[in-house]
Design a protein around this ligand. Structure first.
Ligand SMILES: Nc1ncnc2c1ncn2[C@@H]1O[C@H](COP(=O)(O)OP(=O)(O)OP(=O)(O)O)[C@@H](O)[C@H]1O
Ligand SMILES: [Mg+2]
Length: 140
């Protein structure tokens, strides 16, 4: 199934994330694919908020994975932009996260395509025709 969502501003992106967070179950992998500054972290922040995580979600340059607890489910936030090789994911013990007790959200997930589980939810993000417009397509 493919859903398309047009976000006209950051607030609408937040609403999308909050809504998507509601039905999330443990063992869910969400693959975010979109250009620099398209809104991957923005959506991740909203998903975290929707899970009831109060901690601030950040995107430090050299941290591949950040864990957030305190919500309905743990959130494992990956940013694999700087990963040199898919193989490096094994060193991080990625399987423990992907097939674990929480929700994984992965920025630049197209870099580790071969490792993504079958039931991954793919969210592609595109720039729209206005400065603050973003198009999110959700495929699952
Ligand atoms: N409708 C919108 N939804 C989300 N973000 C928006 C929207 N309109 C404008 N923005 C802006 O776009 C930027 C999105 O930044 P964000 O860090 O989420 O992107 P990113 O895809 O994670 O980038 P990176 O590839 O660097 O990790 C923010 O500066 C935000 O203010
Ligand atoms: Mg980001």
């Amino acid at each position: 199934m493919v859903e398309k969502f047009i976000s006209k501003n950051e607030k609408q992106t937040e609403e999308l994330g909050l809504r998507r967070a509601e039905g999330l179950k443990a063992d869910t992998v969400i693959a975010l694919i979109g250009d620099l500054g398209s809104g991957k972290t923005a959506l991740t922040k909203a998903i975290a908020k929707g899970l009831g995580i109060e901690q601030q979600v950040t995107s430090p340059t050299f941290t591949i994975i950040q864990e957030y607890s305190g919500g309905r489910l743990p959130l494992y936030h990956f940013d694999v932009y700087r990963l040199e090789d898919e193989e490096d994911m094994y060193e991080l013990g990625y399987e423990e996260y992907f097939y674990g007790d929480g929700v994984c959200v992965i920025e630049w997930a197209d870099q580790i395509k071969g490792l993504l589980p079958k039931n991954t939810i793919y969210i592609n993000i595109y720039y729209g025709s206005h400065e603050n417009e973003r198009i999110y397509t959700i495929e699952y």
